[in-house]
Write a protein that binds this ligand. Structure first.
Ligand SMILES: [Zn+2]
Length: 212
């Protein structure tokens, strides 16, 4: 009997963890405080409370949540409605610790902006690419960051369907920068971590490396 109860509770726990949660009341309040024409303010590391949100781990979100489209719209405006428009943004940057990002697809015709729900990078190439990055949440800082040249991304769309895609070059860099935000990691942390890294250039002037 005890064993049956144990198996039943494990099954229930598994079901709960697979089921991505709807937005919490505080998140709903923040998102619904403005309409589809109003950008959400971009959180800055210079504000102590906002810094906490930027450093927190984000959670999965239910793609069918009725407020997710409004969050996406207001995040889009936040990303573009600045003196220095960005090429990507992650939900924690507007105060919502949920796995959702916008990325500009420089690898597609017309360079469209696309919204990704519950993105996860499931493969990072050993081949690295070095390039300058900045962040809407870190005023006045830029720096060279090493990122995988190619990644495999898994994500959901609004219908809840999962997709898997291989992405390369600068667009892959944006995905890595935004997915880092979902784990509370900033590009300045990456620069710090990479200081001692030994790099082997693939060829001279290719800008590509194998790191160790
Ligand atoms: Zn950023």
């Amino acid at each position: 009997m005890k064993r049956i109860l144990l198996i039943a509770s494990i099954l229930i726990l598994c079901l709960i963890s697979v089921q991505a949660q709807n937005l919490f009341p505080a998140e709903r309040q923040l998102i619904a405080a403005g309409d589809t024409a109003a950008a959400l303010p971009v959180y800055q590391i210079t504000d102590a409370d906002e810094y906490q949100v930027l450093r927190a781990m984000s959670e999965e979100v239910n793609p069918a949540d009725p407020l997710l489209k409004l969050l996406a719209r207001r995040m889009y405006l936040a990303m573009r409605d600045t003196a220095r428009p960005g090429v990507g943004i992650a939900a924690p940057q507007v105060g919502v610790n949920r796995n959702a990002i916008w990325v500009q697809r420089f690898d597609k015709p017309g360079f469209p902006f696309e919204f990704y729900i519950n993105p996860q990078i499931i493969f990072f190439s050993k081949m690295l690419r070095k390039g300058p990055e900045g962040c809407l949440s870190i005023p006045g800082e830029r720096g060279d960051v090493l990122r995988s040249y190619a990644i495999t991304l898994k994500y959901q769309d609004f219908s809840g369907e999962w997709h898997t895609e291989m992405i390369e070059d600068f667009t892959a860099v944006i995905f890595q920068h935004e997915c880092d935000h979902l784990k509370g990691v900033l590009f300045t942390d990456r620069i710090e971590q990479q200081k001692e890294m030994v790099l082997f250039p693939l060829t001279e002037e290719s800008g590509l490396f194998i790191g160790r």
